[in-house]
Design a protein around this ligand. Sequence first.
Ligand code: 5AD
Ligand code: SF4
Length: 451
Amino acid sequence: MAKKLFIKTYGCQMNVYDSARMADLLGAIGYAPSEEPDGADLVILNTCHIREKAAEKVYSELGRLRRAKDEKARGGGRMLVAVAGCVAQAEGDEMLRRAPLVDMVVGPQAYHRLPEMIARIERGAGRALETDFPPEDKFDALPQESAAQAGPSAFLTVQEGCDKFCTFCVVPYTRGAEFARPVAQVMAEARRLVAAGARELTLLGQNVNAYRGLDEAGETVTLAGLIRRLSDIPGLARLRYTTSHPRDMSADLIAAHRDVATLMPYLHLPVQAGSDRVLAAMNRQHTGDDYRRLIERIRDARPDIALSGDFIVGFPGETDKDFEATLALVREVNYAQAFSFKYSRRPGTPAAAVPGQVPEPEKKARLAALQDLLRAQQEAFNRATLGRALDVLIEREGRHPGQKIGRTPYLQPVHVRAPDAAIGDILRLRIEGVEPNSLKGALEGAAPVPA
Ligand code: 5AD
Ligand code: SF4
């Protein structure tokens, strides 16, 4: 009988991708996915360390798992508990010390070693820790992704790690140095995902636009080059990528937004702050005006592009005037969507040690002001699609009979009554209504748009 595997995923899309790959890997040695931890033979917490008491949340989740683990033991079984992801990387053996119920701690670059670790534990070799950045390529060691995972919109990790060292961020430490998967490996995975039903691929990387992969001829291919090659795959209707750094937004990538029809008009391009002083202290390596000029060039190439960003308020030393500069930049750029956060001290990062931490009430007030502005911009962007006909990729069933949920090219979720439509269809819909977090569409004529 198959063993039961429960994976709980925190954080970013890269973790979602990694969890799927861990499920593939463990599927090959007899573990089948389960919806809940109770009775599981293996529980994996795939953790995120980017903000707020990340480690504490993991420890309390582990506390809750104790009951399920004890229950399993009473029935004569054994539940193995693994902590994976960025908290695992950051905490390392501290995690084994603090949480006796944890059997395995495995970092994001080492999870292909899970089967070996499990085997060692089953041989009675004690608890296992793998937080090195192993020399072998994780992607070579993983089995092919299973077709079952691929919905109409699939993730594909093409790049990992970050060499930028923004002073607030743990990623360069938890995910390690920049690494790009070879072009052939990416192309092969993309073809398999499309053969399994994916119509849209989102290329993932912590710093995805820094992608520099080698092709079979040993030539370096940029993200734009990779996108151009991927756009030749028959049946692949949509391409997206995330997350990008302004410094790596090269001319060829901007041109791809003009030339490549399958590259969707949506760009997540975090700026974090508007004040040059704060940007310098963050080590972002660009100014507010650099970012403005970049946005102008991107909009020249693709006037309708939907822009998205990340913002941090209350970075150490941020004054009211600095924060005003963030608001001013947001007003000028005009975002379709955005994510904003209060600065959170991450142990081990340079910004955690500097004086001038901003008091919590100030951070809170700034976040509220920024989010009001961003929300208004998002609503305006959504309202502007009213009455337009947009192509919507149907991704799943809705809650009501005959209802389907999909996304526009601008990544807005759309609800539509379309009983005859299939998951994976791209329908031309008339946008009829705007809800706070989604749009309402109606079928335009009856016939699905051919692929
Ligand atoms: N505090 C607050 N937000 C952070 N982010 C990264 N590190 C921190 C931190 N220490 C945010 C950035 C980044 C997003 C993924 O998370 O805005 O772009
Ligand atoms: Fe972190 Fe992104 Fe800066 Fe890299 S570029 S250090 S991942 S915020």
